[in-house]
Design a protein. Sequence first.
Lengths: 281, 347, 255
Amino acid sequence: MSRDTARGWGFVAPALLWTLAFFVVPFVVMGAMSLATLERREVVWGLSLANYAELAEKAYLWRAVLVSLEITLTVTVVSVVLAYPLAWIIAFRVPKRWQRLALLLAILPFWTSYVVRSYAWLLVLAREGVVNQTLMNIGLIAEPITLANTRFATITGFVHFFVMLLTLTIYANLVQLSPNYRRAAMDLGANAFQTFRHVILPLTLPGIVTGAFLTFVLCIGDYVTPQILGGNTELTVPQVIMVQLGRRADFPLAAALAIVLMGIVTMAYLACARWLRLDRI
Amino acid sequence: MTRLPALLLCSTALTATAAAAQEELNALVWCDHTDPALIEPFEQAHNVKVNLREYEGTGAALALLDQSRPGDWDVLVIDGIDVFRAVEAGILAPLDGVSTEDFFPEVVMAENNSVDGVMYAVTEKFGYNTISYNADKVDPADMESLATAWSDKYQGRISIYDYYLPVMGLAAIAGGIPTAEIGADDMEAIGGTLSAMRGNAASVAGVVAAQTALATGEVDIVVGGGEWLTAVLAGDQPNLTWTIPAEGAVRWAQSIGVVAGTEKPDLAKEFVKYIVSPEGQARLATSSCFWGMPANAKAGEFLTDEQKAVLRWDNQPDYLARTQLYPAPDADLDVEMQDLWLETLQQ
Amino acid sequence: MRALPWAYLIAAFVFIYLPVGALVLFSFQAGGLPVPPFEGPSLRWYAEITGDRDLMEALGNSLLVALGSSFVAVVLGFLAAYGLARHVLPGSALIRGLLIAPLTVSYLIVGLGLLIVLTRTGVGLSLVTAGIGHVVINLPLAFAIIYASMGAQQQNAERAARDLGAGEAQVIWLVTVPMLAPAIAAAFFLSVTLSWDEFIIAFLLTRFDVTLPVEIWSLLRSGLSPRLNAIGSLVFLVSVTVVLILEILIFRRKS
């Protein structure tokens, strides 16, 4: 090993050891835990697939996987679709000197406490909350509609958070584009839509996909938002994991559910690996 | 920029050592014990710092205690029906010299708090899981029977309290099954009632979600509610109330005991004694997290008339006679009940 | 047609500020419940939360965990980025992948894994264990941000310094760190933000001393009250002030 390489290892070692000790090792132990079983509150280590079998057998477990997937995919798509125009308007319509301010305003609520933000949505969406009152005042609805404690509420809470996050990442991508691309496309006779479709969108795709992937990861693993807003009429995987931990202390089953969650994220990763630029955030 | 965090880290290390000098008591408790109005008098009287950790669910507490070293914990507050589980796991130490003489006789529950004739815990607080409702929006007469409380008439206006034991207890009572006798054979009947209840419910809610839903008119009935749910709302919205229907309802009770292996058995016992003393009981009954009846009847001398009215002090003999403790399943039945519960939620 | 973007901008801002507005408005509620009708302005809930010992302790704990864990994450991230960018290492792509990997894992899983290992090795839970968890989630971000900004420009300056006889430690401290200051500051700031607001890892890995999100979670379970609005508004106010100060400082320096 050359001296240069040895020194290089010296620099990388602390971070690497930290990641190994507090991320890789726990992850491996959790994998082993998912193969253990719980007998009279004692964890019995072994190589049993009982927890995974239980997952297939018990409807509320596999349904939780479906619920999580449905919510997460909806949130990811809706957030991207809502955030892109917002980032676009800030990048190309708002005058240069106001752009930073507009962007800052768009992400400022990010700094309210995450737990409190979900709770605030509960108040806004309540039967006598702001949304219902406004809709009734402008005559769109005659009777208040149930918004809180539903999947709609969970999705709204999530979308609110991720629109802010995605607006930031997409904006960063858009302003990096040289205006020459747009000009060139226009000169060649493309209309605004064609320019977007064939020039801007492909160029910003890696940024969008990276943002969408992070949205997916953060959303599918989140416990707070569905727990506060979802009304518990359907449970997501993190909620079921917390039930296993809190009420039963069934670590093996919780670990198996976590591994399944991990599997889903890995599939999502593979699906968008082509465009992902995680080390270039 | 780099010096500040380092400085902060040093100062924490210092304060941590300074704090260790004072004697400490570590208690694993329910949220009502975290009220400074309850804890500070004890801390001052004994010059001790009480460290409190809240938990939800006996399973979590037992797991936490299993994995701790002896001496890590001194006091445990636990669901009255689960005392025997903690004793089986060797977590509670025998408790003697704590008098229950002044307690409401129905809540002494010696059979729950002792194993093989040895007492391990004492009851400290109790209340009811029953029907909370908005008197302006529903017919109060309908709330006097479990059969009508969650009937189709109130479809979409019901929230179910998110804890399987009391709600399944209510379902059992509605079907004429005594909660103490619930067995695996009853799951089908209870599941049917639960399913009907769920079909008419708008949500399954924790404490705040249920309160928000009631206070904003999202729902008008909370199945599994009680004084602990509506007491804090009553000041602003007196129309939110609760009742115990004709069939009866479920009674909850929490117990307190000393953890086996504690290095401060005397101080821990003093803490238990303080909590069940009339003064401690009055503070616990009206603590900030949730209100509930004190086990010690003498606490009445330290409660105001308004507080007693909210707790419905004078109705207790009647309520105690008509309610049953909530189900205390063994490990296998417990898993079955939880599965049935989650299955019904997800339907 | 021209008005359309502006209408969208306004609609988006209404959506973004809807919960914050309701939160702040009802933190001034005179009555006991944070629901309509609004009964008139009052500061009683602010007085109550600032007098709440547990809440203020949790606030201090959060600050400590956020600053401490971000400091560790940024130092480790910087060293690793420097090592990978300036030295030839076999399997460097693999190392980069490993360092970035926690980014693709849900916080819940990171927390659960650590909980299982820590409780089984007899390490007691505390603010330190929560901090360890926060370093795990922030290290990849700190590494990625700093690594991305290590370009040829700094390398030339480093080489020049080395030619003038500076040792590696001197080069790093006097050349690399100052040149990368914006990236390092950005990484630190992002880490602090994420740690400050992180719930699930702190929830699973703390014992008596908890962070603010965990304390708020307990409050949330203990009953509906405008106290929650007040604490939320206060956190928002403080964070926004910090963000604005940073923004103005950095913005001024740039222009």
